[in-house]
Design a protein around this ligand. Sequence first.
Ligand SMILES: Cc1ncc(COP(=O)(O)O)c(C=O)c1O
Length: 339
Amino acid sequence: MIIDFRSDTVTRPTKGMLDAMIKADTGDDVFGEDPSVNALESTAASMFSMEAALFCPSGTMTNQIAVKCHTNPGDEVICDETAHVYQYEGGGIAFNAGASVKLITGDRGRISAEQVSISINKRDDPHKAYTSLVCLENTSNRGGGSCYDLEEIRKIKEICQTNNLALHLDGARLFNALVAKKETPEQYGVIFDSISVCLSKGLGCPVGSLLLGKKQFIKKARRIRKIFGGGMRQGGFLAAAGIYALKNHVSRLAEDHAHARLIAEALSKKDFVASLMPVDTNIIIFDVRKPHTAEQIVQKLKDKNILGYAITPERVRLVTHLDIRPEMAQRTIDTIQHL
Ligand SMILES: Cc1ncc(COP(=O)(O)O)c(C=O)c1O
């Protein structure tokens, strides 16, 4: 048995999800005629109290469409230096939107209102790029699944409003944050101009992300999705998985968080662990003590059929998810204890 902690994207559809997919009613979504895609989009929009939603193939696409919609070429985007939208989307902000980036050194991927405020370029200075968008990430992937404080987000929103900036949320793992902090989708929907949420991570779908926003924004986003090559035809088979996941796979994320905490506790007692980030959700990140290397520890775990990911030469990431059953978490803990 392989226990795969490399990412929460490795999950396979459950039996219930597969049944829902097979039974899906479908049509051509580029014509707007797929009833399952339409149902997923309207379900998600009402869940977040936002006007509309757009089903896309990936979180990279929903983020990149949002950046493209909110900016003009030459504009500047503010985000944390570890943000997925900047670090792991192939330079898409420059490639797709022709925009530049102002990076902030946040606290485990979270930036503060104060930091945003001092990073906005003066509008009347012709030397400076025009700041037009702030991107937050919740939970933060490289921040070890850290969650924002909602009050801080509200303060960031105020600054955005005062300075006429759009506010986008990369909520690839937003549901993990909502479950961990006992918050609701509406609390986020009323703040952000756009939100991207992934169905293919903690929620266990094979494919798909949703972009949420106002009707006019989603109309523009739909056009950009087509240009990016993301218009899907009988997407309803995938959308049905999304509807199933929103109904059945949200509250169970608490189980993934509990597994992550237990595994982290076992790691915290090991000499080869130099430091461990606090575990707020389903991501465990630790630094290995020299002379060990991250690759070495990952290999030692692999020898025991446990897969992790060396994200830097000294840093290891493990991610819990739907396919990690309690007995797998326990076997991982036993293995770590004997490592
Ligand atoms: C925080 C964050 N945003 C966006 C994405 C992109 O999602 P996708 O892999 O569906 O393109 C990821 C993927 O891991 C992520 O961790």
